[in-house]
Ligand binder design. Structure first.
Ligand code: C2E
Ligand code: CA
Ligand code: CA
Length: 845
């Protein structure tokens, strides 16, 4: 009964996908891979000295025949032979419920010649992405359960359970079984807490396995005591994972956290080793597995979050997950059965009202005619990485439709399609568009590419590269939803896009906040203009809004005021009347006189929205020898955060180190000369708390009169980057070949390879070396004798803020033994995250 639970749990939730992960984390005794196509098997894992197993790989059929005869209990062997029969196994797996999985129990011979019950779960390799005909067979020990069922042992709150020898706690299955019993036999509410020590592998590397084991044992003992105190149960899940089930209200997870941290402290563990806790409280129909799963869902939030280490499950997480799964399953069908299509929403010129282009918007039209809006499925597709399926489909459909327009001699209006960040990260988007226009033989200007602004915040390098490739390929790129929160004009400039789309709704473009909202819109429209970028304003619904935008000189609108998104047939009918259409495309009135009103108007600066759009900005005036800051926004004030801010706004060059003052004037002069692109330089400010910040300030000339030159300057904090570059300069004095920075940030140690001259010798790329250093794997390359000594030395030198050097051997490329000389210099600079510079030199002849 208990074992059946494993599979049925997933089936109930229809989350077959979770099986591989589940199996990965459970403690099976054996894992055998069977290949029915070439009749072979191999043991991927088998527990030592437990079962009587023949050789670990060979021909499957003979293994199967032998097992049925000698290894399986005579009473079970017929059933075993039936289920494991290579002739029919594949077929039965296909028809099984849930599909692709089989489960059955039988007795096998152990090394002491006794029969022991095991549970076998067979999973079709397809679930793991393996080729057809490959299966995985997991063997679990269920003897204890059988004993219990037959009354041989009585479970008494888990006391007679076999305990893990290290932690003294019941492990996986025993814990779950005992917990299930508690849950069923009591009425109160229970709290499941999963605990992950995180990075414990690194801990072992640093402090040695012996210490690591001691810590685990201590924590186990502590948790056991904590659980006992409140009549609960503690378990050990292997590695650095623990689990606790206690009555609700008896013990605050915060206290558990402190107990664990105390143990770590006692062993001198660095602050970077912070346990993570996931907490879930039982609902009436929860099984232990379900409860555990919820706690796991909660703990997932703690990954990489070093502020918040305790997370509580809330029902919304679960419902959302289930809904998303349903949506994803239905979406795949919908895509195949023609339920997915696109609507077109015209983009109009405000002066003439004529259509200059359109945006393709995905629509899901169900068989019954009901329509699902993108807001109800696009987020799920994005979250689970399926958005490329939709996007490629829509782009193809749009390209096909464009070709149709050409054939039917309709006016060819450019259509924008949406590109998600995930598209850019998962495949070559520029390449895809290039082949799309080739395949359908349509001109490049038929398609415009809309990239959402938030995408640019994620990995701006990939996005920048994609935008660059698209544009040099001749495609027009639009930045969608500009002003929705992530961007600043700096980024706009860096990305080098063609058109901005502003969503009036993001800018609270409504009548109640008309005054303020419009000011913001205004300044962004002007800003875009000063850069020569055309702007499309989206979400325009009323005549007042339209007229105001017109008065600002904003030229293009996509909104319900003109047209709602419509089926393509309707759009075709519309454009067949040439009077509705303007084939001139998007025009930018580049480089117009920059209007200053919005910057000199205080009401604008008081608005947080503008701060978000522009980032830290200020207006500078340069007259004679002096440069003054005459206006600045809130963000500038907060970011710059310098001593006596208000007293230092006049003649700012006096407060700068001489080389920075020189840089300031250099940038200003250059900005005067290049009005379009402006100029930028890095400058240093000392902060209130004594630390230094470095800003990259980009200046644009606004006004140039006889008395004064006025500039707009946007600032970007580049402290981290420039810090590193300083260190790189420092590094030039090291003659050694490989230089590694040890960085201590947010309570975590990490390594960065700053210079890697030993690729050939070590057989490692810089990326790989960095990854290995950060996972602790790198230290395994060091000979075992030296390893403990080196890691202990590094640890000590960090703690004592000391320099040290060491000589050791390491396995290099092609098994060569390298003789290396390591030198670690402590960086005594409080403002820096880089704590030491480690250089490695190869002293091999
Ligand atoms: P978006 O790209 O910003 O598209 C504009 C959205 O604003 C559309 O919503 C459009 O119907 C709506 N809209 C336009 N003018 C007005 C107006 O005056 N008033 C109001 N209230 N709304 C207006 P829709 O079609 O529901 O699409 C929502 C979002 O879903 C899109 O926002 C886009 O982010 C995403 N999306 C739609 N189709 C696709 C697609 O094929 N691929 C991807 N990756 N995302 C898509
Ligand atoms: Ca869009
Ligand atoms: Ca938009």
């Amino acid at each position: 009964m208990e074992t059946k639970g494993i599979l049925s749990f997933f089936v109930n939730r229809n989350l077959l996908d979770a099986i591989p992960e589940f199996l990965e984390h459970s403690s099976y005794d054996e894992l055998i891979e069977i290949n029915l196509v070439n009749d072979s098997y191999r043991f991927i894992y088998n527990i030592e000295e437990k079962y009587f197993s023949p050789v670990t790989e060979g021909a499957y059929r003979s293994f199967y025949e032998e097992a049925a005869k000698y290894l399986v209990h005579p009473e079970d062997s017929v059933r075993y032979a039936e289920i494991m029969d290579p002739g029919t196994l594949r077929d039965r797996l296909e028809k099984s419920e849930p599909p692709g999985t089989l489960e059955f129990q039988f007795r096998v011979k152990n090394l002491e010649d006794q029969w022991k019950w095991v549970d076998s779960i067979i999973v079709s390799g397809a679930v793991f992405g393996l080729p057809e005909g490959v299966l995985h067979c997991y063997i679990f020990d269920i003897q204890q359960i059988k004993d219990r069922e037959s009354g041989k042992t009585k479970v008494d709150r888990g006391k007679k359970i076999v305990l893990d020898s290290l932690t003294g706690l019941p492990t996986n299955r025993d814990f779950f079984n005992a917990a299930e019993k508690l849950l069923k036999e009591t009425t109160g509410e229970w709290m499941m807490i999963v605990i992950d020590l995180e990075q414990f592998k690194l801990f072992n590397e640093w402090y040695g396995f012996e210490t690591g084991n001691k810590v685990l044992a201590r924590i186990g003992a502590g948790l056991s005591k904590d659980a006992e105190h409140c009549n609960g149960l503690a378990g050990y899940m292997g590695n650095d994972d623990f689990c606790l089930m206690i009555p609700v209200g008896k013990l605050h997870p915060e206290i558990l956290f402190k107990h664990i941290r105390n143990v770590l402290d006692r062993y001198g563990a660095s602050f970077s080793f912070l346990p993570a806790l996931g907490v879930a409280c039982s609902k009436s129909d929860d099984s232990v597995m379900r409860l555990h799963d919820k706690a796991e869902m909660a703990i997932a939030n703690a990954k990489g979050n070093f502020k918040n280490r305790i997370w509580y499950f809330d029902e919304a997480m679960y419902n959302k997950l289930e809904n998303d799964y349903k949506t994803l399953a239905a979406f795949q069908n919908a895509l195949g059965s023609g339920e997915i299509t696109f609507f077109l929403q015209p983009q109009c010129d405000v002066e003439t009202g004529k259509i200059v282009g359109a945006e393709a918007l995905a629509r899901w039209i169900r068989k019954d005619g009901s329509m699902v809006m993108p807001g109800d499925f696009v987020p799920a597709l994005e979250n689970y990485g399926f958005i490329p399926d939709l996007d490629k489909f829509i782009w193809d459909e749009v390209a096909k439709w464009c070709k149709g327009c050409i054939d039917k001699e309709y006016p060819l209006l450019p259509v924008s399609v949406n590109v998600s960040a995930i598209d850019i990260f998962t495949f070559d988007v520029p390449q895809y568009f290039a082949s799309l226009v080739r395949q359908y033989r349509i001109p490049k200007h038929a398609l415009k590419i809309e990239i959402t602004e938030s995408a640019c915040g994620e990995d701006s390098d990939s996005v920048r590269a994609a935008v660059h490739a698209l544009r040099s390929n001749g495609f027009v790129v639009l930045m969608d939803d500009f002003g929705s929160g992530y961007s600043s004009l700096n980024m706009l400039h860096e990305l080098n896009i063609d058109v901005i789309k502003l969503d009036a709704r993001f800018l609270r473009f409504d009548n109640t906040v008309l005054e303020k909202g419009l000011h913001i819109l205004e300044s962004v429209v002007y800003m875009a203009k000063s850069m020569g970028l055309p702007t499309i304003v989206e979400g325009v619904e009323t005549r007042e809004q339209k007229e105001y935008l017109m008065s600002l000189g904003c030229q293009y609108i996509q909104g319900f005021y003109y047209y709602r998104p419509m089926p393509v047939t309707e759009f075709e009918a519309l454009i067949q009347n040439r009077r509705n259409v303007d084939l001139g495309g998007f025009r930018a009135k580049a480089n117009e006189e920059f209007r200053l009103r919005e910057f000199l108007n205080d009401t604008v600066y008081s608005d947080a929205m503008l701060n978000n759009i522009l980032g830290p900005v200020a207006i500078y005036e340069w007259h004679g020898e002096d440069v003054d800051i005459v206006r600045y926004n809130q963000k500038f004030y907060e970011t710059v955060d310098v001593k006596n801010f208000h007293h230092r706004l006049n003649a700012i060059q006096r407060f700068m180190p001489p080389e920075d003052a020189a840089a300031l004037f250099r940038a200003l002069r250059k900005a005067v000369g290049d009005r379009m692109n402006g100029a930028s330089e890095v400058m240093t400010f000392s902060r209130l708390d004594g630390s230094f910040v470095k800003f990259l300030i980009h200046f644009y000339l606004l006004e140039d009169t006889k008395e004064v030159k006025r500039f707009y300057g946007s600032a970007r904090d580049v402290t981290e980057i420039s810090d590193l570059s300083n260190h790189m300069k420092l590094l030039s004095k090291y003659l050694s070949d490989c230089v590694i920075l040890l960085i201590y940030r947010h309570g975590r140690v990490s390594f960065q390879v700053a210079a890697q001259g030993l690729e050939k010798e070590m057989g490692l790329t810089r990326e790989k070396m960095e990854a290995e250093l950060n996972s602790g794997r790198f230290f395994y390359r060091i000979g075992k004798d030296d390893r403990d000594r080196i890691t202990a030395e590094i640890k000590r030198s960090i703690e004592n803020r000391q320099n040290y050097s060491a000589q050791f051997d390491m396995a290099g490329a092609e098994g060569k033994i390298l003789s290396l000389y390591l030198k670690s210099d402590f960086v005594d600079e409080q403002t820096s995250d880089v704590k030491s510079i480690i250089s490695i030199e190869c002293r091999q002849e």
